[in-house]
Design a protein around this ligand. Structure first.
Ligand SMILES: Cc1cc2nc3c(=O)[nH]c(=O)nc-3n(C[C@H](O)[C@H](O)[C@H](O)COP(=O)(O)OP(=O)(O)OC[C@H]3O[C@@H](n4cnc5c(N)ncnc54)[C@H](O)[C@@H]3O)c2cc1C
Length: 446
């Protein structure tokens, strides 16, 4: 039975909804202002039914934007606080780059030092090759002139971590209801505040609502009657009119079905998550033809959860207007947004470009649907903000499995202690021209 009223209603049982619920519950109790019983999470599917449940699970700090980096440092602290419950593997992360990205990454390295985030920066082609061969003797990637080796971060097991978080929330008194879909947000007659949420199981009146709907956020944005096209003031002061607030990108990921042990470091340990960007031509490991002469990028890790070498490559822009994109069925069930044979060939060829052991392994590519879409904002960075007085929107622009701390900061904000870490992600930045700097990475999320 759904309750007729709840103080704090959270829509979405992904990483952000569950983190917000857990931290709200603990903060309410600690402050004597309530308990987890004041918090209800509803999800139209179930725990981990959205993007969080299919995420590769990579957790890193490597961002060109200072505001993202500072927020990520807070997130990594939280992952490290309970690695067992969060199924977090602290193996580190490496950003391996060509000359065109060297100065961007050097800046990230310097600023990581400034905030005390442990990392090592290696420069020069020979030094980079030597460093990589110290980890993998079969390293053979050409065109690399810098490496940022983050000693913290790594990856977590997607669904297991969400259940770990849900267990914590439920232990704190939070109720989580599956199969409960929001169909309308009802506002009061005297103010714009949301007074109730209509669901497929009935109406719930609310004091506060948190919308953490991942790829479905644009649908709830519409229910809030927020604009689908906005004015964006660029860093040069030019105002760009009618920019789509939302676009979808499709993330391409998959698994090479070798034993995960096949990808271990020479000393037998789990290696860091490897991310390589490159502008050398990429040739097929199958027949040698040139697959691309444009800049390309891949990431990969041996992963016992996925049962192989799991990773992905740069996503592609979904050209269909956001309002017309078929989000459901989501993830591996989507007939449209799953990877194809060309992706498999390109990703496996890029693996072989980097490490000799992957040459000739494409036959072990796991032929199963994988990948999924994410909703990106007008500048591809998150919007964390309050609308209509009592409605918090967590729209992470697909940056966000790693952003475990966002829910904690949102919970604190709702209870009256706003964090400076969330300020750069307010919606007003588009009109005010307070945009985040853009890097030379081929990924829309770096
Ligand atoms: C293939 C892929 C790989 C990724 N890999 C990484 C990675 O390695 N590292 C990283 O940091 N990020 C990664 N991301 C991004 C990351 O997964 C997302 O940014 C993050 O999981 C979003 O979390 P969320 O809680 O906002 O949304 P979700 O996890 O999508 O949860 C939203 C929930 O809301 C529910 N919902 C939606 N509409 C309604 C409604 N009307 N009523 C009730 N419930 C509703 C859904 O059922 C869903 O369960 C990846 C994304 C994809 C697609």
């Amino acid at each position: 039975m759904i309750p007729a009223h709840i103080k704090y209603l959270i829509v979405g049982a992904g990483i952000h909804g569950l983190s917000t619920a857990y931290h709200l519950a603990t903060a309410l109790k600690a402050s004597g202002r309530g308990s987890g019983e004041d918090v209800l999470v509803i999800d139209k599917g179930s725990i981990a039914a959205g993007a969080s449940g299919i995420a590769c699970g990579v957790i890193r700090n490597n961002y060109f934007q200072p505001a993202m980096r500072e927020l990520m440092a807070e997130c990594v602290d939280l992952w490290e606080s309970d690695p067992e419950a969060y199924h977090f593997h602290n193996v580190g992360y490496m950003q391996i780059s060509p000359e065109s990205m060297r100065s961007d990454v050097a800046q990230i390295a310097a600023e990581q030092q400034a905030i005390g985030y442990e990392s090592e920066f290696i420069e020069g082609a020979d030094a980079c090759k030597k460093y990589m061969r110290g980890i993998f003797s079969d390293w053979q990637a050409e065109g690399i002139t810098s490496i940022l080796h983050e000693k913290r971060g790594g990856y977590a097991n997607n669904t297991a971590s969400l259940y770990g978080l849900a267990d914590k929330a439920e232990a704190a008194g939070v109720r989580i209801m599956s199969g409960t879909e929001v169909t309308e947000l009802v506002s009061g007659s005297n103010s714009g505040a949301i007074t109730a949420v209509e669901t497929n199981k009935g109406r719930i009146t609310v004091d506060e609502v948190v919308l953490a709907a991942g790829p479905w956020v644009p649908r709830l944005w519409n229910m809030l009657e927020l604009p689908n096209f906005i004015d964006v003031k660029g860093s040069d002061g030019t105002v760009h009119h009618d920019v789509p607030m939302w676009v979808y990108w499709c993330l391409q990921e998959g698994t090479l079905g070798v034993e995960p042990g096949f990808g271990m470091a020479d000393d037998g340990t789990m290696p860091p998550v490897i991310h390589v960007d490159n502008d050398e031509p990429l040739c097929s490991d199958v027949d040698g033809r040139v697959l691309t002469e444009d800049m390309w990028g891949i990431y990969y890790k041996p992963d016992f959860n996925f049962g192989g070498i799991q990773g992905g490559a740069a996503p592609y822009l979904v050209k269909t207007p956001a309002a017309d994109v078929a989000i459901d069925p989501y993830g591996a069930d989507s007939p449209e947004f799953i990877v194809d044979d060309l992706f498999a060939e390109t990703w496996c060829s890029a693996l072989a470009f980097c490490q000799k052991r992957y040459q000739g392994q494409i036959g072990k590519w796991r032929k199963e649907p994988s990948g999924g879409i994410g909703a990106f904002t007008a500048d591809s960075f998150p919007v964390f903000d309050r609308f209509r007085d009592n409605c918090y929107v967590i729209a992470d622009s697909n940056h966000g499995y790693k952003m475990l701390a966002v829910g904690k900061l949102v919970a604190e904000d709702i209870l009256g202690t706003p964090s400076a870490l969330l300020e750069p992600f307010r919606f007003s930045r588009f009109a005010e021209g307070k945009l985040h700097p853009v890097s030379n990475s081929p990924f829309p999320w770096s």
